[in-house]
Write a protein that binds this ligand. Structure first.
Ligand code: HEC
Length: 142
């Protein structure tokens, strides 16, 4: 029992460490200028943005080339001419730091979230690499 308890405690610690790692990135003004992972892949980012079962950006944003989309958020066409890569990154990673009242989910945050399904507790919706992929795709929307 003791050993078992210790294993669980270690696992919990590791998960806590991973959770706080996921949530940590530097914010300068309204931007996150540093990449969270290696260079993003715009094609993978485009697939993520359009995927209805995961990121589901099209639930709220019109995206060029996607037929059915919601309009709760602004259309993403031309977003790269309005926002720098760092500004895009912060909005994808944790828009609550730009607008605490935003309806948009914080895709790269694990703390302070409510209504999280148990399967996703302690995990960001997008991985660091996926955030970079999405930012790379948004960067093509001049
Ligand atoms: C539940 C609705 C919702 C979802 C899902 C959503 N967003 Fe948003 N998003 C918004 C709203 C609303 C805004 C307007 C800004 C605000 O709320 O402060 C916004 C703003 C943005 C902005 C800033 C646009 C600008 O012109 O200032 C970007 C970039 C963005 N979203 C990208 C994404 C991406 C990429 C995804 C998917 C990974 C996504 N959003 C998913 C609702 C959503």
């Amino acid at each position: 029992m003791m050993a078992c308890g210790r294993v669980i405690a270690v696992a919990a610690l590791m998960m806590a460490a991973m959770g706080s790692m996921a949530a940590e990135f530097s914010v300068v003004g309204d931007a996150a200028p540093q990449a969270l992972a290696g260079p993003g892949d715009a094609a993978r980012g485009r697939a993520l943005v359009a995927a209805r079962e995961s990121a589901n950006c099209v639930l709220c944003h019109a995206v060029p080339g996607v037929r059915f989309a919601g309009d709760l958020g602004p259309p993403l066409a031309g977003v790269a001419s309005r926002l720098s890569p760092g500004q895009l990154r912060l909005r994808v990673a944790d828009i609550a730091r730009v607008n605490p009242a935003s309806a948009m989910p914080s895709y790269y945050r694990t703390d302070g979230l409510d209504r999280v399904a148990p399967t996703y507790a302690g995990q960001p919706i997008l991985t660091a690499q996926e955030v970079e992929d999405v930012v790379a795709y948004l960067g093509t929307l001049q």
